[in-house]
Design a protein around this ligand. Sequence first.
Ligand code: NI
Length: 136
Amino acid sequence: MRVTVSRKAHFNAAHRLYNCDWSDERNDAMFGKCANPHFHGHNYELIVSVTGEIDPETGYVMDMKVLKDLIASEVEEAFDHKNLNEQVPEFKTLNPTAENISVVIWQKLRPLIPTSLDLEITLYETPRNYVTFKGE
Ligand code: NI
């Protein structure tokens, strides 16, 4: 029996979407308001899901307090109230789209979660736009 447990979290962050190899016009055409050189913010909603067998001794798939603390140290402290382009090293040369933010979060958490457990990241950039990544 494989069971999925999930923890929700939240962070506010600013970003600008652009490709530095493109002209301003081409960036505007692709990214619209998100290419604004003055940056803009999002209220990101994060769901971290872990899937695995229930430990017969604890009844847990994973101790949610451990997962909560990992999200706090790896994601919230790194991203909350930050300018992703300028203050988060992973996005120095990587466009901070919801897709790329999800991959970075997965890469940060994956080594810290037991290998017997699968990890999936769901990231809402707006209430209607969200992405998922499970390392495939
Ligand atoms: Ni945006």
